[in-house]
Design a protein around this ligand. Structure first.
Ligand code: BGC
Length: 261
């Protein structure tokens, strides 16, 4: 538990499922006030809201498309209207779909870049604007991926979006460090979330992914939420501009294990 998170206001995009949901619940356990943004699954967002409240936090759900400027502004405004301020912005909403790069429709490229990268930019910009205008030493956490460093065939749009997030976060961290605003990334590896459900339901594909993880297992969303609360808390007060990989070692060249090479 991080006692300084009690009563803090955190907005999380894409929080009706997956990593966003796990983070919302963990912040609830920390007795924070959570703005749960969702795109189209109102029912799930409402149940996340109830779970956050049950866990000891306060919560509100707000619909919004992170690719739309007005919607992202509304997420920050909802935090301020409902809970009086914003302390932590978590840009988590993300999408992916496999397509050979030479056949990738522009629509697929645009959808992934605008959700994962532009969405994270808009969320960062609106949160930082609020922090600067109100003299708040706020916190921004962006959901990156191991694919900010590992190239990913069939997912060129996704890898490009996460590579973009890496330098976006580093740039924002540098630009706003003098104001005490911290900006960091989380870089999850393969995690048990709906985005991966189909893949991991197939035992062959699951085993194949596990073989790429030195720790030997697919991570749980709670293991990512644990990183998020640490990055949001004052325990990480001197940390800015990093990507904290939580990937069971996936980024550490697993093919070289046991002295191969
Ligand atoms: C993707 C997952 C993938 C993992 C490891 C994540 O960023 O969302 O689908 O399994 O990276 O490749």
């Amino acid at each position: 538990m991080y006692t300084d998170l009690k009563g803090k206001v955190v907005a999380i995009t894409g929080a009706s499922s997956g990593l966003g949901k796990a983070m919302a619940l963990r912040f609830g356990q920390e007795q924070a006030k959570v703005v749960i943004n969702y795109f189209n699954n109102e029912k799930d967002a409402q149940s996340v809201k109830e779970e956050v409240q049950k866990a000891g936090g306060e919560a509100v759900a707000v619909q919004g498309d992170v690719t739309k400027e007005e919607d992202v502004k509304n997420i920050v405004q909802t935090a301020v209207k409902e809970f009086g301020t914003l302390d932590i912005m978590i840009n988590n909403a993300g999408v992916e779909n496999p397509v050979p790069s030479h056949e990738m429709p522009l629509n697929d490229w645009n959808k992934v870049i605008s959700t994962n990268l532009t969405g994270a930019f808009l969320g960062s910009r609106e949160a930082i604007k609020y922090y600067v205008e109100n003299n708040i030493k706020g916190n921004v956490i962006n959901m990156s991926s191991v694919h900010e460093m590992i190239p990913w065939p069939l997912f060129v749009h996704y890898a490009a979006s996460k590579g973009g997030i890496k330098l976006m976060t580093e740039t924002l961290a540098l630009e706003y460090a003098p104001k005490g605003i911290r900006v960091n990334n989380i870089g999850p590896g393969a995690i048990n979330t709906p985005i991966n459900a189909e893949k991991f339901a197939d035992p062959v594909q699951k085993k194949d992914v596990e073989s790429m993880i030195p720790m030997g297992y697919i991570g749980e969303p709670e293991e990512i939420a644990a990183v998020a609360v640490w990055l949001a808390s004052k325990e990480s007060s001197y940390v800015t501009g990093i990507t904290l990989f939580a990937d069971g070692g996936m980024t550490k060249y697993p093919s070289f294990q046991a002295g191969r090479g």
